[in-house]
Design a protein around this ligand. Structure first.
Ligand SMILES: C[S@@+](CC[C@H](N)C(=O)[O-])C[C@H]1O[C@@H](n2cnc3c(N)ncnc32)[C@H](O)[C@@H]1O
Length: 205
């Protein structure tokens, strides 16, 4: 069902208000925002659909847990981790209310010594500016959780990064995200138990 455009800001505000108690709790207890068992399983199952030796870009890396899972799948040879690591960057998402300095330090602790990980502090635009010439197989979108933000990331991934294999992301069921995916790529090929989704771009690979 296509929702009228004016409904999206109303829906977004309602979501922010509804999520406020959880987000304020997250502000004080950021450590709780961890990947669950279902989250781990979903990401691993998605990663197993990738070709061996994939080079990927992750938009929204936070503590680096999902990057760790992608790498542990054995399918990913190199990952660009893109995140502004800025507090209150995306008010729709509980992660924005946590201590981003501590979160970024946690990311660095996990990945600073791993030559397979390239940290990109910024957005997909920063990635394109600095690494636009890289050949990328897969882009995973888990950054901004608004319709406009997700749509921007998917469109830039599709038209500027142009991955050889697929585009995917998290939060298929999040308000606005499913619409952003459908309008840019069509129905996903697969949705996983953690609400990750994937759309293959070149099926003969
Ligand atoms: C839900 S967290 C990502 C969780 C991570 N993928 C994991 O599973 O471990 C969302 C992250 O996206 C980042 N973010 C928000 N807007 C962004 C944007 N426009 N571009 C890149 N990252 C963004 C936030 O700073 C936050 O760290």
């Amino acid at each position: 069902m296509v929702k009228p455009k004016w409904l999206l800001p109303v829906w977004r505000m309602a979501r922010i208000v509804k999520e406020l108690p959880r987000n304020v709790r997250a502000m004080f207890r950021g450590q709780e925002l961890r990947t669950t068992e279902a989250g781990r399983r979903g990401l691993l199952n998605l990663a197993r659909t990738l070709p061996d030796g994939s080079v990927m870009v992750e938009i929204g890396s936070y503590r680096g847990e999902s990057a760790e899972i992608f790498l542990s799948s054995g399918r990913v040879a190199r990952i660009f981790c893109v995140d502004p690591w800025k507090r209150f960057y995306d008010l729709n998402d509980a992660s924005a209310y946590t201590d981003m300095k501590e979160v970024e330090l946690d990311f660095d602790r996990r990945h600073a010594d791993d030559p397979r990980v390239v940290k990109v502090k910024g957005t997909i635009e920063t990635f394109i500016e600095r690494h636009g010439g890289e050949v990328i197989d897969f882009v995973y979108v888990d950054g901004c959780h608004t319709y406009q933000g997700a749509k921007n990331d998917i469109l830039k991934a599709r038209d500027c990064v142009r991955p050889r294999f697929a585009i995917g992301g998290h939060d298929w069921t999040w308000p606005g995200i499913g619409d952003a995916v459908r309008e840019t790529l069509g129905e996903p090929d697969q949705v996983f138990e953690d609400t990750s989704w994937v759309k293959k771009l070149n099926t003969d690979k």
